[in-house]
Design a protein around this ligand. Structure first.
Ligand SMILES: [Zn+2]
Length: 270
């Protein structure tokens, strides 16, 4: 108990340190984000917006950005849980990114009703439990999202989430974690984020990578199972981190995933 009290006190002190923009921005990160944001030549590439489940309460935009060069299709989701705001904000920004190759598909507010209510669950419960193996998606929303996924046939899927607490310190929480399908680059992604984005004074915030079972009911598991996608579920923690830090980690995770899978080229060598 005493230790817990101490940690709570430490949290308030560290919260003062872990303020906006704590994530370090060494040249690697800057170059990567610049590559993500830069517009290709005006006559190259294209983007369009679709609507998932139009005319329903779940109606939500999907952004498709085609790069000038051929490459894989990556799909990024925010707001599968409506109260996980860092991933939603990052995904909104990512919908303006311009990949160098392939196609980037972004759904920033996957569970639109939950996002608007700022709640984890929507009207039909937890969307991220509605994609069981060998069965149809378990709600109208899940079916609509799955239709969009099948239409775009992603090679790579990244689902942005938020955790509470710290893994191994708080038993019930996963902390900063990357769950990934067996063929995905989860370990490399964790290494990159730990090298460049997690400051030395927050050692408990190092990301852990874990290979996921493909039998579960989560959206990213279903994409790996049904489509053979390289799939990631990204968790940044609210513990000690403020909103802007969580957004930054989410956007960096996305940029690294796009680079690892060949959608982004980081120029300048080194
Ligand atoms: Zn979540």
């Amino acid at each position: 108990m005493r230790r817990r009290t101490y940690l709570a006190g430490g949290a308030s002190v560290l919260a003062g340190i872990a303020v906006s923009g704590f994530v370090s921005r060494p040249p690697n990160n800057e170059r990567l984000l610049e590559a993500a944001r830069e517009s290709p030549d005006a006559d190259e590439g294209s983007s369009n917006t679709e609507t998932i489940l139009p005319g329903t309460d779940h109606e939500t935009p999907l952004y498709e950005i085609d790069a000038p060069n051929d490459g894989p299709t990556a799909m990024v989701f925010g707001g599968v849980h409506g109260d996980e705001r860092g991933g939603i904000e990052a995904a909104r920004e990512i919908s303006d990114w311009r990949p160098d190759a392939g196609t980037l598909v972004v759904v920033p507010e996957t569970n639109r009703v939950a996002v608007e209510n700022n709640e984890r669950r929507g009207v039909d419960g937890d969307l991220n439990r509605q994609f069981p193996a060998d069965r149809e998606p378990q709600s109208e929303l899940a079916a609509g999202i799955w239709d969009a996924v099948e239409a775009h046939e992603p090679d790579v899927v990244l689902d942005l989430h938020r955790s509470l607490g710290i893994y191994s310190l708080h038993r019930e929480f996963v902390g900063q974690a990357i769950f990934h399908s067996p063929d995905a680059r989860g370990e490399r992604l964790a290494d990159r984020l730990n090298e460049d984005a997690v400051p030395w004074y927050l050692p408990f915030h190092k990301f852990t990578a874990g290979e996921t079972s493909l039998t579960g009911p989560l959206l990213f598991q279903h994409t790996a199972r049904e489509l053979g996608a390289s799939a990631y579920l990204f968790e940044t923690t609210e513990f000690l981190l403020d909103h802007s830090a969580m957004v930054e980690l989410s956007r960096l995770a996305a940029a690294h995933v796009l680079e690892l899978h060949g959608l982004l080229e980081v120029g300048g060598g080194a």
